[in-house]
Design a protein around this ligand. Structure first.
Ligand SMILES: Nc1ncnc2c1ncn2[C@@H]1O[C@H](COP(=O)(O)OP(=O)(O)OP(=O)(O)O)[C@@H](O)[C@H]1O
Length: 242
């Protein structure tokens, strides 16, 4: 039976979602809710189905099954590991692609991500981090109620990644979209999220609320206890890769 793929204003509601590839059940009667404005990080071992879930929420997968519901807000923006900018369009044209009368908003979004003055640059003239900033501006300008992000910082160097964490936190505090961020990086999850969920055997195996004093510090013993718990849930010890 097809899931009820509906639209609502505000939060994400997934109930009883099933996705198979042949005999393999990747999402197994999965339930997940995300409140309006809530930042949720999604962890899980490689192949656990994180991107599959994100694609289902993004409306990019029409073969999900289940007897339940799959509801997302009307305004959804998606960010991927590669910026997916069109190389033949200048930066501002990439940001406002498909929108009419949005050039001023596009300029403001570029300023918000620190790229004022680069509107007429070609994507190839930008660094990887700058390209991801443009991708964030492209999301922002759509004023999404839900931002779906699939390892958006995965290809960036460590320093740029930290800067992007600060930027994303700032943008989310200002615009308050609900966020579902897929990441392999436990520290990234604990640094950014209000809640961290771990995908295990096709379902949410662990669901942890992160309550830490701001700004969050990796040296905070509470930060470390969250990290240890999540690493344990991922079945890895410090120093290993999930
Ligand atoms: N189109 C497809 N056809 C067949 N199998 C698929 C397809 N897409 C995903 N899968 C399988 O579903 C499982 C989950 O894939 P998915 O990409 O969602 O995992 P993931 O948790 O995002 O992994 P990673 O962390 O490595 O990116 C994998 O075993 C993958 O091989």
């Amino acid at each position: 039976m097809a899931a009820d793929v509906g639209r609502l204003t505000g939060a994400v509601a997934v109930r009883d979602l099933v996705r198979r590839f042949g005999d393999r059940v990747v999402l197994d009667h999965l339930d997940l809710t995300v409140a309006p404005g809530e930042f949720v990080a999604l962890l899980g071992r490689s192949g656990s189905g994180k991107s599959t879930l994100l694609r289902a929420l993004a409306g990019l997968d029409h073969d999900v099954e289940g007897g339940g519901e799959l509801r997302v807000p009307h305004e959804v923006a998606v960010a991927f590991q590669d910026s997916r900018l069109l190389p033949w369009l200048r930066v501002l044209d990439n940001v406002v692609l498909g929108l009419s009368g949005a050039r001023d908003r596009g300029r403001r979004a570029l300023a918000e991500v620190g790229l004022e003055g680069r509107e007429r640059a070609w994507p190839s003239e930008l660094s990887g981090g700058e390209q991801q900033r443009v991708a964030l501006a492209r999301c922002l300008v759509r004023e999404p109620a839900l931002l779906l992000a699939d390892e958006p910082f995965g290809a960036l160097d460590a320093l740029t990644r930290i800067k992007m964490h600060d930027l994303l936190r700032e943008l989310c505090a200002r615009h308050r979209p609900a966020v579902l961020l897929v990441t392999h990086d436990v520290d990234e999850a604990v640094t950014l999220a209000d809640r961290v969920v771990v995908l295990e055997r096709g379902r949410i195996g662990l669901d942890v609320r992160v309550e830490l004093p701001e700004p969050r510090s990796h040296r905070d013993p509470l930060f470390q206890s969250h990290r240890d718990r999540l690493l344990h849930a991922l079945g890895i010890t410090e120093g290993a890769t999930p």
